[in-house]
Design a binder for this molecule. Structure first.
Ligand code: OGA
Ligand code: MN
Length: 223
């Protein structure tokens, strides 16, 4: 069988394909993509149900940096997070969906995305995350950032908008409302961004695709 036929019959067309294509296109043209009502509703619903019913003991204060360089820095960010390790049906569904997106983007854009790490995040009233970047050039780790918002009641005035800056001189940025089902995807090394102070509880799932930076001696596990 010809490869093209095999691919067609093998993968078929999932309802996510046009969404994935639109994300791939935006990434090519602008480096970021904002999608409204992005996921099939059942995934958003199951994630929303899960995050709003999670005991607060499952969350821990978000910290800056990794491993031994971890330090709590309340001036920079004040959210609380819970890493997703595929223990809950909600987490599994999300990881399956992001895996499908990863495969699509690798096929379409040759991004070489290798692994994915993700956490639930809760910003309580007054919480924020100041202007920052998710990955530093040359470190070649986090390549693509994504955030899915899970706030069915969000309205203007509630705050908690994501602001994506197109370059370091950009003071205005592009505002994204953290509305239910909105998905923001952007190149981790390219875009400074921030979360404006929220005036109400703000729920989301954030994740990062990474390339493999392992060497012979050093494994490169996520988180
Ligand atoms: C992050 C982040 C953005 C958001 O967790 O690194 O920038 O809108 N989140 O929650
Ligand atoms: Mn970030």
């Amino acid at each position: 069988m010809k490869l093209s036929t095999k691919l067609k019959t093998g993968s078929g067309h999932s309802p996510s394909d046009s969404l994935f294509e639109s994300i791939a296109n935006d990434l090519l043209v602008r480096g970021f993509s904002i999608q409204h009502k992005a996921l099939e509703l059942d995934i958003a619903d199951i994630l929303h149900h899960h995050i709003t019913n999670m005991p607060s003991t499952k969350f821990s204060d978000a910290s800056i940096g990794r491993q031994q360089t971890n330090q709590l820095n309340e001036d920079v960010r004040r959210d609380e997070i819970a890493w997703i390790n595929g223990e809950s049906p909600a987490g599994i569904k999300w990881l399956q969906w992001t895996q499908a997106l990863q495969s699509y983007l690798n096929r379409r854009l040759f991004l070489g995305l290798f692994s994915f790490e993700s956490h639930f995040a809760h910003y309580g009233k007054g919480n924020f995350y100041k202007r920052h970047i998710d990955a530093f050039k040359g470190e070649a780790n986090r390549v693509l950032s994504l955030v899915l918002y899970l706030n069915p009641q969000w309205q203007q005035g509630d705050g908690g908008e994501l602001v994506i800056y197109e370059n370091s001189a950009d003071k205005q940025g592009i505002r994204v409302n953290p509305e239910y089902g909105t998905l923001a995807v952007f190149l981790s090394e390219e875009f400074e961004h921030e979360v404006l102070p929220t005036h109400t509880d703000r729920y989301s799932v954030a994740g990062w695709f990474r390339v493999n930076t392992s060497t012979g001696e050093r494994a490169d596990p996520p988180q």
